[in-house]
Ligand binder design. Structure first.
Ligand SMILES: [Zn+2]
Length: 143
């Protein structure tokens, strides 16, 4: 158990968006956000339009300053927070919404329960399941 302490950088403090309590890091993986549209890149990365168009042309653009991480609030328990690093070095934390998850690679640890995401994937899989059922029914009708 040796933690590297070569660079003693002050670790940032995060605060709960609901109760303003200090949030504790759980060592959860960071799920970085990415953008595909030039307009999203421009707004979120605060780059000029030309740079945004260039980045978009290269494909997926990962935002190194925005990610979803699981934190612990003494009041609310485990919470998935969307963390953004500001230009002045401070961080904003807001509860992650399903639209934020859609912008991550969604490589979630299956052992980590996450209601918002499973609900989302559940809906998607249900929709896909319905489609295949319809296909099967039409095949039955045809034969
Ligand atoms: Zn809280």
């Amino acid at each position: 158990m040796s933690h590297r302490r070569s660079k003693r950088k002050k670790s940032p403090n995060f605060y709960c968006a609901r109760c303003q309590e200090r949030l504790w890091r759980l060592g959860s993986p960071k799920h970085f956000l990415f953008y595909q549209e030039a307009s999203d890149i421009r707004v979120n990365l605060k780059v000029p339009r030309k740079n945004a168009l260039l980045l978009a042309a290269k494909g997926i653009c990962v935002d190194q300053k925005a990610w979803i991480e699981e934190l612990f609030c003494s009041e609310h328990g485990k919470v998935w927070m969307l963390i953004r690093k500001q230009d002045d070095g401070t961080f904003t934390t807001i509860p992650a919404k399903s639209k934020d998850w859609e912008r991550t690679t969604k490589t979630l640890d299956p052992d980590v329960p996450n209601p918002s995401v499973s609900e989302f994937t559940y809906r998607m899989s249900r929709r896909a399941g319905k489609q295949s059922t319809n296909l099967r029914t039409s095949q039955v009708w045809e034969s």
